[in-house]
Design a protein around this ligand. Structure first.
Ligand SMILES: [Zn+2]
Length: 85
């Protein structure tokens, strides 16, 4: 977002806004790869592996931390967006 807010210069006469689309494209690719991996692992576990899960407090704390970071990031991204009211 910092880059996309830069004004047009001699190298990029239409501005730098397209970097946001490219960034979204890369993020989508990462999410797609992650999703395919999770689906693959799920099928392997369902069909071929016997897995015994043990819930741990550490994992729950890490998930809570990740959710907190995502909340802060989404609010920061929202603050950068256009005002609609
Ligand atoms: Zn430029």
């Amino acid at each position: 977002m910092r880059v996309s807010d830069r004004p047009a210069d001699s190298d990029h006469t239409y501005g730098h806004g397209k970097i946001e689309s490219f960034s979204a494209f890369v993020e989508t690719g990462l999410l797609l790869v992650t999703s395919v991996y999770i689906i693959f692992e799920a099928f392997v576990r369902l069909l071929y592996k016997q897995v015994h899960l043990e819930p741990s407090l550490l994992v729950i704390l890490i998930l809570g931390l990740a959710m907190g970071i995502d909340l802060i990031r989404s609010r920061a991204a929202r603050a950068c967006g256009p005002r609609i009211s």
